[in-house]
Write a protein that binds this ligand. Structure first.
Ligand SMILES: *Cc1c(COP(=O)(O)O)cnc(C)c1O
Length: 421
């Protein structure tokens, strides 16, 4: 650590924390090994060649590279087919394409993992903007139980209705303190809910979950998984975009929504984006490995200072997010400023809390990323309100992620908010 002036006592703590992480790191390495081989095998079986990097313009008919990329995504995630496009503006746009692609007026959808991610609220319930509700589609929510698990009894009741055409899950904790759901757990719940309603399709918002475990939810009974390429599966290299993987008939419906019912998957020029989307997928298991280890290290270090981390350093993980309860505004601000100062891009920027639209308190954010808003790169967000927790995620590789976490601790210590001994 000769390039950074970290306090010797902090480095001692870091060494202890890193020792605590050994078992968790070994588990992550095993998963990475498996997933890296899985993705490499998909590239080999699909016979990817450099000719597939050559994009198309205009309508994008006969875009061989685009079709090949979708084949590799489908194979890597264990689904029948995929829709992978840089023209998805965000994860929210990709999820909305699934909802609008599959649901029709008078259909019902039930989200069984509590209130979905914030940016979806307007998509499903907004007034006058063309939300699901505007189109007469009922999207209801079954709250989680007191332990943060799926309330099976109420979920079964809610989906036992022939008008329910979709059962929706969010795998990641998002910005809450509930646990993220493992693929194994999702498989059990999916099996039960399919008994209550065999006709409904199962959709999983897989954001932040890709490559955290050996299997993806489509291999555990989900019909569709969906996510963003500026998170895990873009590997820190794809510049934007989203993916949908799963049942071929449903992917087709989503494609009719993304483009038009007369063109579907056949159009959508890939322009110059293919090489980075291929390379990003290939790098994704390693990037997720870096992010998971960074999160585990952050938990161990801050637990050693007496803070509560969710999940704990030794708990299993189904997403790359880690929350740490720091207990006060000043702590959150110092932590985020430290993360920013340890970023490769905009390290000199000084984050300030601001009134972010859609939040009922000020929020401070740290992001010094190669791709704007990419949260597979080390980043942190903290709403300045109870429970005074910071949510951090990402880290393209562990050595740089570790520096970011140490910068956060050092900044807190410099401001007298953390006592080192
Ligand atoms: C990030 C995220 C989304 C939305 O993706 P955006 O790219 O921010 O629009 C949806 N659900 C979950 C769980 C997410 O983490």
């Amino acid at each position: 650590m000769e390039f950074f002036n970290f306090d010797k006592r902090l480095l001692k703590n870091a060494e202890i924390a890193e020792n605590m992480c050994k078992d968790a790191f070994a588990r992550i390495d095993e998963i990475t090994d498996y997933n890296m081989q899985k993705v490499l095998n998909a590239f080999i079986e699909c016979r990817v060649s450099d000719s597939h990097f050559k994009g198309t313009t205009g309508y994008g008919y006969s875009d061989m590279g685009r079709d090949k990329l979708e084949e590799v995504f489908a194979k890597s995630f264990g689904g029948e087919d995929a829709l992978v496009r840089h023209s998805f503006a965000s994860g929210t746009h990709t999820i909305a394409t699934v909802l609008y692609g599959i649901l029709r007026p008078n259909d019902k959808a039930v989200c069984v993992t509590g209130t979905p991610y914030d940016t979806l609220h307007e998509v499903v319930w907004g007034k006058g903007k063309g939300s699901l509700e505007d189109f007469g589609i009922d999207f209801s929510v079954v709250d989680l139980d007191n332990d943060g698990n799926i309330d099976i009894t109420n979920a079964e009741k809610a989906v036992f209705d022939k008008n329910v055409k979709m059962i929706y899950f969010q795998r990641s904790r998002g910005y809450s303190l509930r646990p993220s759901f493992s693929v194994e757990y999702l498989a059990e719940v999916i099996e039960l809910l399919k008994k209550a309603n065999p006709d409904a399709c199962i959709v999983v918002d897989n954001c932040y979950g890709e490559f955290c475990e050996r299997l993806e939810p489509v291999q555990a009974g989900a019909d569709i998984i969906v996510g963003s390429l500026i998170k895990n599966p873009g590997g820190g290299i794809a510049k934007n975009g989203g993916y949908i993987v799963g049942r071929a008939d449903l992917i087709e419906q989503c494609a009719y929504r993304l483009t038009t019912p007369s063109t579907g998957k056949e159009v959508g020029a890939s322009l110059n984006e293919l090489r980075e989307m291929f390379l990003g997928l290939f790098n994704a298991p390693m990037a997720v490995c870096g992010a998971l280890k960074t999160a585990v290290f952050a938990s161990a270090l801050f637990e050693s200072f007496g803070y509560k981390a969710y999940p704990r350093y030794n708990e299993s993980r189904a997403d790359i997010i880690n929350a740490i309860e720091l207990g006060g505004e000043k702590e959150l601000i110092a932590f985020c400023r430290g993360i920013q100062a340890g970023s490769p891009i905009d390290s000199f920027a000084y984050p300030e809390p601001w009134e972010m639209p859609g939040y009922d308190s000020k929020v401070i954010m740290a992001a010094g990323a190669f791709t704007m808003g990419a949260s597979i790169e080390l980043s942190a967000d903290a709403p300045l309100r109870e429970p005074f927790a910071v949510w951090l995620q990402g880290g393209l590789n562990y050595p740089s992620g570790k520096v970011g976490i140490l910068k956060a601790a050092q900044t807190m210590s410099d401001e007298g908010l953390l006592k080192l001994d």
